[in-house]
Write a protein that binds this ligand. Structure first.
Ligand SMILES: [Zn+2]
Length: 332
């Protein structure tokens, strides 16, 4: 049964904008989210560029996973996409056009909370077109040394994260959540990005994380026993919750809803992309659930992955990746 998954696609009811700074450049960014037509997906438009401005939010557009997930098309790049995409996916927004006047999504407070509020201001509008959902039917696992990520069949979209650091602040944390708009908003969205002070200082020396400060990053003290942010943590296990947030955002690059349970152990953006590529490469491990409307009755139909690739259902999987950047966690 997939009855708890809404069959219709959704977009925004009205356009909404926000301003902020890019985490790495420290420069101002203005972003406007606009309603989009059914089956168009999530698409970025670099409004500051004269041409080559369009970058679809799809996994085949990923050009870098170092520090954050960056997508690009031609000369246009959009970095730090994961927090915004997590808010869109978890809020059930399928189609949206995003005008952005710089190459970084604004970092806001380091979490997805401001984006959830932005989407609530925009409102959700149901569209006539029906969704297609990717349902995992057999487990898939990807490993990189001691890091691993696995997806297995599940009647919903569930994410379990586990991290293990050698300091006294994070130590070992696990978190598991059935991703719904309500639980994402209350348990995940406000979890902020984090980094060790020496890592942030190293990034600064390399001209990165120039917009990083205690208003948008949890900074772990040099001694590994405390954080520099005077207001403290928003959750005792805020660190692993943020990792779950990053994973939800990266998985949005599959292009639509997924039924499955993702279990991530010490994973990062690179391994998230590896898992998505593994799904693309193993169509025997998933199937599409496609909703169809006859009169006032909505039915669902199952289409096996092996029969549908690559052309029949273009909204989902793009062609295989040709080279990708190395794996990395989200440190700041
Ligand atoms: Zn993050």
């Amino acid at each position: 049964m997939v009855s708890h998954i809404e069959p219709h696609q959704y977009t925004l009811r009205r356009s909404v904008s926000c301003c902020g700074i890019g985490l790495h450049t420290g420069r101002p960014v203005t972003m406007t989210l606009k309603p989009a037509s059914a089956n168009s997906g999530i698409t970025f438009f670099r409004s500051d560029l004269p041409a080559d401005r369009v970058v679809p939010a799809h996994m085949d557009k990923v050009v870098d996973t170092t520090l954050a997930t960056t997508i690009g098309e031609g000369t246009a790049k959009i970095s730090t996409t994961e927090h915004l995409l997590a808010a869109l996916r978890a809020s059930g927004i399928d189609n949206v056009n995003i005008d952005i006047d710089a190459h970084e999504v604004p970092i806001m407070d380091g979490s997805a909370g401001p984006f959830v509020h932005l989407l609530q201001r925009g409102g959700r509008k149901q569209q006539r077109a029906l969704r297609r959902i990717l349902r995992i039917t057999s487990p898939l696992t990807v490993t990189d040394g001691e890091k691993s990520i696995r997806i297995e069949p599940y009647n919903g979209f569930k994410v379990t994260g586990h991290i293990c650091f050698g300091d006294d602040v994070i130590r070992e944390q696990s978190y598991s959540v059935e991703v719904t708009p309500e639980r994402f908003s209350s348990e995940i969205a406000r979890a902020r990005t984090f980094g060790f002070v020496e890592q942030v200082e190293q990034l600064w020396r390399n001209g990165l994380a120039l917009g990083g400060n205690l208003n948008n990053v949890i900074a772990i003290h040099w001694d590994g026993r405390s954080i520099l942010n005077e207001e403290g943590l928003r959750f005792d296990d805020e660190f692993v919750r943020h990792k779950v947030l990053d994973l939800i955002g990266d998985m949005a690059l599959l292009g639509g809803p997924v039924l499955g349970h993702v279990i991530a152990d010490r994973s990062g953006h690179g391994l998230h992309l590896d898992l998505m590529q593994s799904i693309v490469d193993n169509p025997q491990c998933w199937e599409y659930v496609k909703f169809q409307k006859k009169g006032n009755v909505i039915r669902r139909r199952t289409i096996h992955g092996t029969r549908t690739r690559p052309k029949q259902l273009p909204l989902f999987f793009p062609p295989p990746l040709r080279g990708r950047a190395g794996a990395s966690a989200c440190p700041a």
